[in-house]
Ligand binder design. Structure first.
Ligand SMILES: Cc1cc2nc3c(=O)[nH]c(=O)nc-3n(C[C@H](O)[C@H](O)[C@H](O)COP(=O)(O)O)c2cc1C
Length: 198
């Protein structure tokens, strides 16, 4: 196995105008860099072209379809990642359509990789979206880690400069999640070099 640091892609799941997602992602990326066990890449879905019209053939039959030119950089970065942290709000008790579309456009990019979550929203702190993501990634043979970070009523927790008013508890939650993510990402990187089962 290579000694290069594992690659962690932090994905900003929302793309709407005026979104809060980049603030949460910037905070988490800082935690991940401080953790020191990953090379961190922050992926903003708003920078990619992600049409809702999917390819004609399902991904299990054609895992590498022709993708739009505006998705090339995104696909390359997803392929390179050993682990992901999805930064997601709750949209109507689920995930933003941008996130579902990018998941559905890809297949092998998620396969046998470790996934963690940072959620935020008004009442439920992203937990409803996170639970849906666990089901979705199970279908894609990814491993979601138990620990997560959640910010209910995030607008009370961050100040106008995007800094947490009381950072200790969220920082500890991030460390716990990153510890699990690194353990699983290491195990899965080794496992991916073995022959896959059905
Ligand atoms: C379409 C939509 C649906 C939403 N549904 C929920 C919801 O079900 N539960 C909740 O607590 N907040 C909900 N919210 C509030 C969002 O969590 C909040 O606006 C958050 O800032 C959205 O993330 P974003 O700013 O990155 O887009 C919803 C917001 C939008 C735009």
């Amino acid at each position: 196995m290579s000694n290069a640091p594992l690659k962690l892609a932090v994905i900003i799941g929302s793309v709407r105008e005026g979104r809060f997602g980049p603030v949460v992602a910037a905070w988490f990326a800082e935690q991940a860099r401080r953790h020191g066990s990953f090379e961190v890449d922050v992926i903003d879905l708003a920078e990619a072209r992600i049409p809702l019209e999917l390819p004609a053939v399902p991904p299990a039959l054609d895992p590498d379809p022709q993708r739009p030119e505006g998705m090339t950089d995104l696909t390359r970065r997803l392929s390179a990642a050993d682990a992901f942290v999805i930064v997601t709000p709750d949209y109507n008790r689920s995930i933003p359509a941008s996130l579902k579309a990018v998941i559905d456009w890809h297949f092998t990019q998620w396969d046998a990789k470790a996934i963690g979550f940072v959620g935020y929203s008004g009442a439920s702190g992203g937990l409803l979206a996170i639970e849906h993501l666990r089901q979705i990634f199970n279908e894609l043979n990814a491993h979601t880690v138990r620990n997560y970070v959640s910010f209910p009523r995030y607008y009370l927790l961050f100040d106008d400069e995007g800094r947490l008013r009381e950072p200790e508890e969220p920082a500890a939650a991030a460390t716990g999640m990153l510890d699990q993510l690194h353990w699983w990402a290491t195990a899965l990187a080794a496992a991916r070099s073995l022959e896959a089962v059905g």
